[in-house]
Design a protein around this ligand. Structure first.
Ligand code: SAH
Ligand code: SF4
Ligand code: F3S
Length: 458
């Protein structure tokens, strides 16, 4: 039987988590994972559509895979994820070596699709759902370090930021049953995992209400209220309470929903990591309005102040876009000023890429010349590089608890791990094993990495 699958994943953490769900669905149907494309019967490419260059990269990869198909004509290639959703049948027409296209809410159809494809058909399934959360599927952690894992807690997004394709590729926002999230985290702990990251495009707008609420309202008494309606702070509290040795992270938070209540829950649990990813996108009030972000620079800075007040040790990271429609030098300066004010520990920095069908594509002009976008992006990158280095230099001499994740990429005599603030720390291997917690005193740094010496092991 032809049953080996190879999954290649692009894009955000949600896509990586989805690939583990795809793997679970197909493993149950008798397919096994292959570690390389070379001996696979089916290659599944889980794609991203966030910027044009993400899609170009995948188009290039498809051309490379044609060579493999020439050697093995029975090899079938499928496209999953956001680009599959966005381009649907267009991909089927343009990429003649692709046999199946599956959108993010249609993965349960994969086993039946593969059986038809094996007989020579070409198929596309891209219906989005208002309810699918895959909450009964236990992800198969086929590419895991056995220490850290992602848990999707919600799907979709309906914020409709003017530049963003995600609401069109992932559909409406829906939250997963909290009990299934807690069960999944508990199982991970039992299997030796030491860190979970709760994932959503907008995790802090997580909101779950029991569907049984009306039917059973007469029977529900005061012992069960917490399961009737659960918001993100309550969910975080539930997951953090499972085991103090389990670290809990989450991403991504939207500034508009970042409540003091959430920050207090983070303060209450040592094992909730003190790192908040809070995409700013721009420092200009006019840009934020045009982007439909639902907050002003003042609101954003007030939330930063709240983090600094309630969680003094917390690191803050961000996403930013340079050169959005009609951005002036003044708007750009406001972004640089925001970076100077907040002093982020890390930033993902992007050049604006116009995406078809978004509000921007329909109503705005992509009017900033590419060389201007590039120059503004470089200015942000240079400023942020300087700030990250200065922030890291302040860490020298401090000691942190580090969860050891693996062998350093630079030298097999060194290990790396992260502190609660999500900063990577490298140190000598000694007899330490991945999965252990150690205390490390920081002795040196670069803009991206801390280097230190182990003081105690646990
Ligand atoms: N849900 C998250 C981010 C999802 S996409 C949030 O709301 O913050 C990750 C990042 O990609 C975004 O934060 C944004 O900075 C960037 N991005 C999204 N669309 C883009 C586009 N059209 N061009 C350039 N960058 C974009
Ligand atoms: Fe895109 Fe905005 Fe939703 Fe984030 S919140 S996924 S940027 S629409
Ligand atoms: Fe990309 Fe889709 Fe994630 S567009 S960033 S893979 S939600």
């Amino acid at each position: 039987m032809k049953n080996k699958i190879y999954i290649e994943t692009y894009g955000c953490q949600m896509n990586f988590a989805d690939s583990e769900i795809v793997s679970s669905i197909l493993n149950k149907a008798g397919y096994t994972n292959s570690r390389t494309p070379d001996d696979a019967d089916y290659i599944l490419i889980n794609t991203c559509a966030i910027r044009d260059n993400a899609e170009q990269r995948i188009r290039k990869r498809l051309r490379e895979l044609k060579a493999l198909q020439r050697q093995r004509p029975t090899l079938k290639i499928g496209i999953l994820g956001c680009m599959a959703e966005r381009l649907q049948k267009q991909l089927m027409e343009e990429e003649d070596n692709v046999s199946f296209i599956v959108g993010p809410d249609a993965y349960r159809n994969l086993p039946s699709m593969l059986s038809h494809i094996a007989q020579g058909e070409r198929l596309a399934e891209t219906m989005l759902s208002e309810t699918e959360t895959y909450d009964d599927i236990e992800p198969v952690r086929y590419d895991s370090n056995g220490i850290t894992a992602y848990i999707s807690i919600m799907r979709g997004c309906q914020n409709y930021c003017a530049y963003c394709v995600v609401p069109y590729t992932r559909g409406r926002e829906r939250s997963r049953d909290p009990q299934t999230i807690v069960n999944e985290a508990r199982k991970l702990v039992e299997n030796g995992y030491r860190e979970v990251t709760l994932l959503g495009q907008n995790v802090n707008s997580y909101h779950w209400e029991s569907a049984k609420r009306n039917a059973e309202s007469e029977e529900l008494d005061s012992h069960t209220p917490s399961l009737i309606s659960v918001g993100f702070p309550e969910l975080l509290d539930m997951v953090a309470s499972i085991d103090p040795r389990l670290r809990v992270r989450f991403a991504t938070s939207h500034p508009k929903d970042l409540s003091d209540n959430l920050l207090h829950v983070m303060a209450k649990h040592d094992n909730i990591c003190k790192c908040i990813h809070l995409p700013v996108q721009s420092g200009s009030a006019r840009m934020l309005k045009l982007m439909n972000r639902h907050y002003s620079p003042e609101w954003y800075l007030d939330r930063i102040d709240a983090i600094r007040r309630i969680l003094p040790s917390c690191s803050i990271t961000t996403d930013v876009i340079a050169g959005f429609c009609s951005e002036t030098e003044e708007d750009h300066q406001a972004t640089l000023e925001m970076f100077r004010r907040v002093r982020y520990d890390y930033a993902y920095m992007f050049k604006f890429s116009m995406r078809p069908n978004t509000y921007a594509a329909k109503h705005l002009q992509d009017d900033i010349p590419d060389d201007v976008k590039t120059r503004r992006l470089e200015e942000i990158i240079n400023l942020q590089g300087q700030i990250a280095l200065e922030n890291n230099q302040k860490e020298i001499g401090k000691t942190y608890e580090v969860l050891v994740e693996g062998v350093s990429h630079r030298s097999d005599q060194q290990l790396f791990g992260r502190n609660s603030q999500n900063k990577v720390i490298v140190f000598d291997r000694g007899d330490i094993q991945p999965g252990q917690y150690v205390h490390v005193r920081v002795t040196r740094c670069t803009a991206a990495t801390l280097i230190g010496t182990v003081t105690t092991k646990q």
